[in-house]
Design a protein. Structure first.
Length: 115
């Protein structure tokens, strides 16, 4: 069992930056893929970015060039650096840790981009 906890959300003005953290209770480096999803009010949860077990990164077109996913194996933590934030980035951001059919989700972290 892996417990996943997101942190780092908050309120930021358009153009600002935030860094989300996804901390896992056990070692995930080399074992699990990690993805970030987000869910805006009234909308379905959507995939944002992921990093594979081997380290390959994939980004949704809407965040390319603005968001960066990285990982710290020593801390069992994956980060999502979000720059040039837009109001449409407002959502609850969820971290998903997975390996095959085994999936763990965090509770989510609210990101609000507003004046």
């Amino acid at each position: 069992q892996v417990q996943v906890v997101e942190s780092g959300g908050g309120l930021v003005q358009p153009g600002g930056s935030l860094r989300l953290s996804c901390a896992a209770s056990g070692s995930i480096y080399g074992l699990y893929a990690v993805a970030w999803y987000r869910q805006a009010p009234g909308k379905e949860r959507e995939w944002v970015v992921d990093i594979s077990i081997g380290g390959a990164r994939n980004y949704h077109d809407s965040v390319k060039g603005r968001f960066t996913i990285s990982r710290d194996s020593a801390k069992n933590t994956v980060y999502l650096q979000m720059n040039s934030l837009k109001p449409e980035d407002t959502a609850v951001y969820f971290c998903k840790v997975s390996r095959g059919a085994t999936v763990y989700w965090g509770q989510g972290s609210q990101v609000t981009v507003s004046l």
